[in-house]
Design a protein around this ligand. Sequence first.
Ligand code: ADP
Length: 400
Amino acid sequence: MKVLVLNSGSSSIKFQLIDVERETVMAKGLIERVGFDDAIFSYQAPPKEKIKQRRPILDYQTGIHLIKETLVAPQSGVIRDMSQIEAVGHRIVHGGEDFSDSVIINDDVIRSVEKNIELAPLHNPPNLLGIQAARAELPNVPMVGVFDTAFHQTLPERAFVYALPYSYYEEKRIRRFGFHGTSHQYVAQRAAEFLNQQLKDLRMITLHLGNGCSITAIDRGNSVDTSLGFGTMCGMPMGTRAGDVDPAILLYLQEQEGFSAADVQRLLYKESGMLGISGVSPDMREVEDLAAEGHPRARLALEVFAYAARKYIGAYAAVLGGLDVLVFTAGVGENSPILREMICRDMDFLGISIDSEKNDFKGKLREISAPSARVRTLVVPTNEELMIAKETFRLVSEAG
Ligand code: ADP
């Protein structure tokens, strides 16, 4: 089955045409600056020539129309006609408590996603625009929504309720939702396949360490705790996000410095994390390079990052009552031997021990644990688009 995967952001549409059975990407690309006269369309489908052009793309439907035309055009195309696209999979950020699984999109689903706009005001509206545009352009093609939050709907109440008055949960839906679920679920499945074991037999911690970071405890295939919460600013320090901070700091800044909600948002979302500590860059490669040259605050940023990850591993090992598999993924997790080493150092007491030679590589699926280690530590490249395509295939086949 050929599935078109769409990820519609606030001013962008990312797309991939995936052959699900072969697990291959037939074509992929990106439209940036949707809504503008000078939007940028990039497309690649090797061995065909790459496309990069500036052109007006004033709305999502124009963007999806362009993707369609490019996929079938003789020079750039990879399919004869649109009937070869059997389904479309959409990334949807927030499913609230309404979706614990991916879902075939119909009018009821759209209404539920609309209901969750208040929980994800930046993400759900463009996701919906992408869905509506795709339905208009591909009217008879089944569409599936895959939610970033769905995988974490198995969290037990003790893990998702904040110790606020309970009415805040009941009336305002304030609770831990968790994000990056598609990635955590994908790498967990891949890890189990790689180890030739069943997910239902494994206690895992998956570390999604990219620009955004989250860590998840997965008990026999079910997410039971995760470091992102009601929103995407808590847990691990990230590229520019602070992660967990004492809420007293925010009150202090409001009262003493007159910080507004927008000031707090900017501080916690844009100015903190690796950028905030190092004072130089949110990009982990640059932070690592500077640390290697002896830059003290770059070094400190790495230490704070690794220390936070180590605390989560300890906490989640306790949550799971033991640990069988530790998985590193996303930009930093896949590509940074140094941070993997800093995070796993002196963890033998938990059964975690990595082999520094095996660890010295980037970006492939590989086991890095020492032969004597009780916990199998793996690096598993994430692939959210493939997971969305697989989910789409599963749901459309079941419905078929
Ligand atoms: P996003 O959350 O935007 O999807 P990614 O998963 O692509 O982000 O991760 C981006 C992060 O991965 C950046 O901080 C980048 O510096 C880091 N990264 C990529 N390659 C390396 C590398 N070789 N060494 C260290 N960090 C890397």
